[in-house]
Design a binder for this molecule. Sequence first.
Ligand SMILES: *Cc1c(COP(=O)(O)O)cnc(C)c1O
Length: 380
Amino acid sequence: MKFATKVIHAGIDPDPSTGAIMTPIFQTSTYVQAAPGDHKGFEYARTQNPTRSALEKNLAALENGVDAICFGSGLAAQDAVIKLLKSGDEVLACNDLYGGSYRQMVQVFGPWGLKSRYIDMSDASTVEAAIGPDTKVLWIESPTNPMLNIIDLEAIAAIARKRGILTVVDNTFATPYLQNPLDLGADIVLHSATKYLGGHSDAIHGCLIVKDAGLAQRLHYIQNASGAVPGPQDCFLILRGIKTLHLRMQRACENAEVVARYLAEHPAVSRVFWPGFEDHPGHAIAKRQMRMFGGIVSFDLKNNTEAAARTVLSSTHLFSLAESLGGVESLIDHPATMTHGSIPREERLKVGLTDTLMRLSVGIEDVEDLVEDLRQALAA
Ligand SMILES: *Cc1c(COP(=O)(O)O)cnc(C)c1O
């Protein structure tokens, strides 16, 4: 099945009792048994829910995995991955990642004995040299957030596999429409489905997709034992959002290209970060491992005072000032004080995340209106 067919059909069957074409929202906590242990495969809704199961099958198909495991948020999905480890184990992560991912590893799991280190992974040989005796997981985002660096997933997964280390790829920014990490050798794909998969800024949700049945079983076990499961209504919303993922991503990527090229020519803008630029250091790898270059564009101003950034941030009308990304509507974000506020300033500055950097999640509106909105905001 091709991608555009999978988003609509994979894992989805008409409801056997009514023929309803849409997967019902099974808003139930438990299931009646005919006799003890004599049930229809459903016992208690933390463990199994048919709406969630349909979504899990659909997600597994989109990422070319064997199974998916859904959670109440992207960070709950990360939490389950960390629980594969034990005290003293180390996660080696890229140094430009979602602030909440960093915060969970350092502030929540640090006191439990998890070690974590954050390095520049744009050169695969650096990663090989940095692996230590306790490294059990490589944690990768590509494109990275918010600097949009590109990491060679295939090269790094090969290094990890040789040493029996798990490769986890947070594929939230690229989505399976642009990039399939499992095909490149990764073991676990993570999504904050809150973003592009749901796509309409109306639900918080996370998932993991794996290609090894044993690993899937272990993660389902943790999902049930720890309990951070999503409700059926949210699973329904993510399923519905996914049906248009290919159309939304296509348009978001096309719009982002126009916006990135417009900003690159703008006299008030010092730098634009977007992996589609031919001179972006990761461009060749991005071309190889992604189908398009994504809908996120970050940029910095020549006038690098916080006041100048604040003026732009409060002058856009179509780009709403908000955390999150990946919805149909365009958003503008100030990572230093918003999404990445939990990362210490010195750490941020090391990767180029300045106090004036702004991140755009380019939506699927008419791109002429989006460019006009940025033009008037930058003039302000
Ligand atoms: C938002 C986000 C997360 C966290 O997901 P939640 O659904 O908000 O818990 C993780 N990784 C990336 C790249 C994100 O953008």
